[in-house]
Design a protein. Structure first.
Length: 246
């Protein structure tokens, strides 16, 4: 209720929050602290305000319903890149989370992931070997985070990593959270090949953190036509562009 009201009113006082949620002053203050620590609001004198520097991501579950057909087609095409006996990394992403349902029933690969949703889907494959990285559970992003999954990735030489993006333009590939920087770069370091799944809403979008340059990308799967400047940059760095019919 606090966030939905904040979207309409831009800022809320402590008194307003108490009235909205029918809680005490101390409880309202604790709510403010929690929202601020989770980078959902900006704390002000006497209350909270909307974050005003960058767009914040929707929750994972909300985002998974957006552009569902487009995401499904990207995931289906990505599943075809997985060769027999490949050691595969499937990253946490609403689009990548659709890859498992497109895999053949006889799948006999080792798949590593930090996504609890992907790991859960892979339970249905009797011959598939799944490794869910350890770490702290991020309930909002539905994945494990922290230093432990980074250390565990050292144990794997990945043939193919399939990764989503938050934004991509002619300057590179972007993500929304600071912890994404180290994790994504670690995946790149441990992988022979990485493939990015990019739906039409991500093209031309910049976000908080630029993580990949084009010389670090092997393939990109897209459903929309790329702008000329972005297309040229990819061709300069020999990125394989896989156009998926939508």
């Amino acid at each position: 209720m606090i966030l939905s009201t904040l979207k309409k009113e831009k800022s809320l006082s402590l008194k307003k929050i108490m009235s909205l949620t029918n809680v005490s002053r101390d409880t309202a203050r604790r709510d403010i602290v929690t929202l601020t620590e989770n980078n959902l609001v900006r704390r002000t004198y006497g209350g909270i305000a909307q974050l005003d520097s960058f767009k914040e991501l929707d929750s994972f579950l909300t985002r998974s319903s957006h552009k569902s057909r487009e995401k499904f087609l990207l995931a289906k095409e990505a599943s075809k890149l997985i060769a027999e006996d490949d050691l595969v990394y499937l990253d946490v992403s609403t689009t990548v989370s659709l890859v498992p349902q497109n895999l053949p029933e006889h799948l006999n690969n080792l798949i590593v992931t930090n996504s609890i949703d992907i790991a859960n889907q892979l339970l249905t494959y009797s011959n598939c070997h799944c490794r869910l990285l350890g770490g702290n559970l991020d309930k909002k992003k539905r994945c494990v985070v922290g230093t432990k999954p980074l250390r565990e990735l050292d144990d794997y030489l990945i043939d193919l990593a399939v990764i989503g993006v938050v934004g991509i333009d002619e300057k590179g590939v972007y993500y929304a959270y600071e912890e994404d920087i180290e994790m994504k770069r670690k995946i790149r370091l441990q992988s022979k090949k990485i493939a990015l799944l990019v739906d039409s809403t991500k093209i031309g979008e910049a976000h908080k953190f630029r993580v990949f340059n084009f010389d670090e990308i092997d393939a990109i799967l897209v459903t929309a036509e790329l702008p000329g400047s972005l297309l040229r940059r990819m061709k300069e760095h020999h990125v394989e562009i896989i156009q998926v019919a939508n």
